[in-house]
Ligand binder design. Sequence first.
Ligand code: SF4
Length: 556
Amino acid sequence: MLHANGSLLTVDVGDRTAETTNIDDELSEFIGGRGVSTKLAHDRIPFDADPLGPENRVYLASGPLQQSSMSFTGRMNMTGLSPLTDGLLSSNAGGYLSRNFIGTGHSVVEVAGESEELLAVHVTDEGVEFEEVPELEGATVPEVTEEMNERYGLESENLVSIGPAGENEVRFAAAMTYDERAFGRGGLGAILGSKNVKCLTFEGDSAPDIELPNEDVQMDVHRQAATSDDIFRRQGTTHLVQILNDNFSLPTRYFSEMSFEHAEKINGDRVEEKKYKKAACSVCAFACKLPTRDEATGLETEGPEFETVMAFGSNSEVGDIVEIMKSNQLCDDLGMDSISCGNTIAAYLASEDEFGNVELIHELIEKIAHREGVGDTLAEGIDRIHEDLGVENWTVKGMDFAAHDGRVVHGQGLSYAVANRGGDHMYSTMMIPEYNDVIPAEGTAGKADFLIDHENRNAVRDSAVLCQFGLGRVIEEDVFEALFDEPYEDILAVGDRVVNLERHFSNQRGRDASDDYLPYDLPDLESSIQEYYEHRGWTDDGIVPGDLVADFAQAD
Ligand code: SF4
């Protein structure tokens, strides 16, 4: 099967050592990206590790397709033990990092240990250098880029960095690349902060040899991406704002309502009016990114995307796209997941009866990043603070919900309940076939197999590494088979291994069926969860039997 090539580079920032390891066996079984990172994290992070302690490790990994020139491959994966969910979590970001990363000759870079001084870690095809950067303490993400540019001529596309939020171990701090592209969900930036790593830089001309996949299929995907008239190419994900609002499924005022009276002021048309140029990720002709500018204030940002519009817009009762753009830009500069930051602020606004107070929202973003005053509490995320705030806990496994509301798309709700990543939509993207009437949105019964296939396919997506926006448009089963030169079933089996390893790790940390819940009722939810366990081969308690991972995981 097609898989990434290149060694594992382990960088211990405590000892300031670096060593390379041959991981050909792991790559052939787990492809790259999220797959191989999950395998390594499972085997190398102690099951009882503190997510913010030196024993946690974080993995940056490319997949095989980052060496192609096919659209939808301008992405990279990052994996670690999440400070937000307490489970293994992968996140992927676009931008232009991936091609610089593979130039170092490695397929995976593992960051271990904990430094006493704030560090910039420079990875090239000639080795690793550790640079103490105490002067960058508290620097924003663009300030780090500017400094690396002045010192070494490096650009934002060479960098993974954190802002003050990561340094202050905000549980939903993001690791940023290309200044505005986020390894967003789950607090991976806080892991770098706990290790005192301000930034990692990547540069080199030593991409490992790889036999690239079916050239004709690559070209066809690229051509379709370039010629598509899909609305995503004009409005990104924000065209969904109006569609979901019209269907009463746009979370509003901290999930208490399902439509927003000012949706037309923050929908895709309003974002498109602010868009001033096209933008993409490496080699991607689909070019769906959204550089926006408000001429009146001079404010520039990238996005906001749909989820950010929900969190800082309808969920916070803000009907002004420019104010949402500002929230988005603050999150990017300070290095935070805009979904979790917005939802957490929405929880606070609900508790204080302050919905719609944009000055307060912008002030809170700063306070969270710096852990000042109430920001120190909010930096812990909704799951840990909802009782103090006196609000409902709109999270699963510590992860606050995405905009695609499981109360409307019930299969997506089932997905939120059982997903190893909790309330995040990208884990299975079950909402897409439900929105498109491929399966009915109503009910959970009989959806377990469909969900398992989607989870497995998305784990392969993140291992390859492919962009979600190619899937279901251009990249269908036949394209997967052509790219990997394997039957689709065998490709999905890789995803199955990844999900099992994530779950097995969580089981060792005490997670079981009691963690698979929703804060609302859905038809047949309990029996559907049991059906999901059964079809995954797990016990009634949601435990992965040892023999299911024995062939590909190290012993417990
Ligand atoms: S579809 Fe959009 S997000 Fe995905 S790789 Fe292309 S430009 Fe980036």
